[in-house]
Design a protein around this ligand. Structure first.
Ligand SMILES: [Zn+2]
Length: 201
């Protein structure tokens, strides 16, 4: 009789087992990559996650993942700007607002908003897949959302590209625009898959 202690196990185990019993039908509940994202996304996510972990370890003093908060994530995003390849014109620049400037200028290169947005989406998922709790997920915090929105708006103004929230057929225009910009940034830039949209909601 006293052998029915099985429920205590839940503490140590990931909550995969819990959601597995919720057979609610065709819900996208199953966290396992059964037929889900392509392996390219998974490997990119893994690389991003490793890079972020390395970034935390390189801090002085090193930051444990359990202590990581949205400020660390924001610092990380700003740190990535030095590897950016997207010219973002400053307000005083003659080319401010031009998509294709006719000449060079000294404005800084930045990470494109779409890249950061997709990156945050991957890291947000990776955090919880690696045992982090959704409630403490620093990638899901409002501060990150605000920062991304600011980056998006400022880049939209600086480059004259209106970033549409709704994904209409205007995607073509964005694609062309980004083709004119060299966009390889080490590991961080994946093609801007729709994964980033998970972040917004
Ligand atoms: Zn400029």
């Amino acid at each position: 009789m006293s052998s029915s202690k099985g429920k205590d196990i839940t503490q140590g185990s990931p909550k995969f087992s819990a959601s597995a019993s919720v057979s609610g039908g065709a819900g996208p509940v199953d966290p396992r990559p059964a037929q889900q994202p392509p392996s390219r996304y998974e490997s990119q996510k893994r690389r991003d996650w490793n890079t972020f972990g390395q970034y935390l370890r390189n801090q002085r003093p090193p930051v444990a993942l359990s202590q990581c908060n949205s400020n660390h994530v924001l610092d990380f995003l700003r740190y990535l700007d030095q590897f950016g390849k997207t010219k973002v014109h400053l307000q005083g620049c003659l080319f401010f607002g031009q998509v294709e400037p006719p000449g060079p200028c000294t404005c800084p290169l930045r990470q494109a908003w779409g890249s950061l947005d997709a990156l945050i989406g991957r890291l947000r998922a990776a955090y919880e897949e690696n045992g982090g709790l959704p409630e403490t997920n620093p990638f899901a915090s409002g501060a990150i959302r605000v920062y991304l929105r600011e980056v998006r708006d400022s880049q939209a103004k600086a480059r004259g590209i209106p970033y549409k929230k709704k994904k209409k057929k205007r995607n073509l225009i964005m694609k062309n625009a980004s083709n004119n910009l060299p966009m390889q940034i080490g590991n961080f830039i994946n093609h801007n898959s729709k994964v980033g949209f998970e972040v917004g909601s």
